[in-house]
Design a protein around this ligand. Structure first.
Ligand SMILES: Cc1cc2nc3c(=O)[nH]c(=O)nc-3n(C[C@H](O)[C@H](O)[C@H](O)COP(=O)(O)O)c2cc1C
Length: 205
């Protein structure tokens, strides 16, 4: 057996999806903490760790155009940078998604990104084709300006639907209220510690 194959089998890959339009904003800081925890994770051989980042605001992609092409063969007809994202969504061992709350749900960037995953919905529920064999876990990271207890409900539903079509188990969310201006999250060291410690102790497989 060539050693290359053995090495590939040991690789642990994590996909980080950044859904905020704001550079270095609150959810970005939380993602940084998550990444730092992974880099100090004792359960993961660091030589085998791949951290793959998708900054949604930098992607050139269109929203779903509802042509329903995916209902026939499971492919997306829109040829743009989402085509490069699809295999990464399928192959990674763990997915972390972050977004601020905008008008009670995820950012428009992230929602458009998720809508472009309709092809995975079509594959799973219309075409009944399982193209993702991996058992994976995922988390959602979010902040909101208000102190409303229900402000994350809608985003959680969106994330549940997104993870469902990707065969990802929704492991946990990290959601924080009263975090509005840039840097507000840095005034909540317990939030930063919570996410760091989760990532540091995470067992991927
Ligand atoms: C367009 C827009 C809509 C927002 N809507 C809400 C909202 O409905 N509820 C809320 O609590 N905060 C709302 N906020 C505040 C953001 O959720 C908050 O500032 C968040 O911490 C930003 O995270 P980020 O720095 O990672 O982008 C909104 C902010 C913007 C710019």
């Amino acid at each position: 057996m060539p050693s290359v194959n053995k090495k590939a089998a040991n690789i642990i890959s994590i996909l980080l999806i950044y859904g905020s339009p704001r550079r270095n904003g609150n959810t970005n800081e939380l993602m940084n903490r998550f990444e730092k925890g992974l880099l100090n994770n004792k359960n993961i051989n660091q030589d085998n760790l791949i951290i793959d980042k998708v900054i949604v605001r930098d992607l050139k992609f269109s929203p779903c155009i509802e042509c329903r092409h995916c209902s026939t063969g499971g492919e997306c007809a829109v040829q743009d940078e989402m085509q490069d994202i699809y295999p990464r969504l399928i192959s990674r061992d763990f997915i972390a998604v972050s977004s601020p709350i905008f008008f009670t749900t995820v950012s428009g960037y992230l929602k458009s990104f998720i809508d472009r995953c309709q092809r995975f919905w079509a594959l799973k529920y219309e075409l009944k084709k399982r193209i993702i064999e991996k058992e994976r876990k995922g988390i959602f990271i979010s902040t909101a300006g208000s102190d409303s207890e229900t402000i994350f409900d809608c985003s959680r539903k969106v994330m549940r639907a997104f993870f469902d079509v990707l065969y990802v188990k929704y492991d946990k969310d990290f959601i924080y209220n009263k975090v509005d201006s840039k840097g507000d999250i840095l005034k909540k060291p317990e939030a930063l510690e919570e996410i760091y410690s989760y990532a540091r102790n995470l067992i991927i497989r």
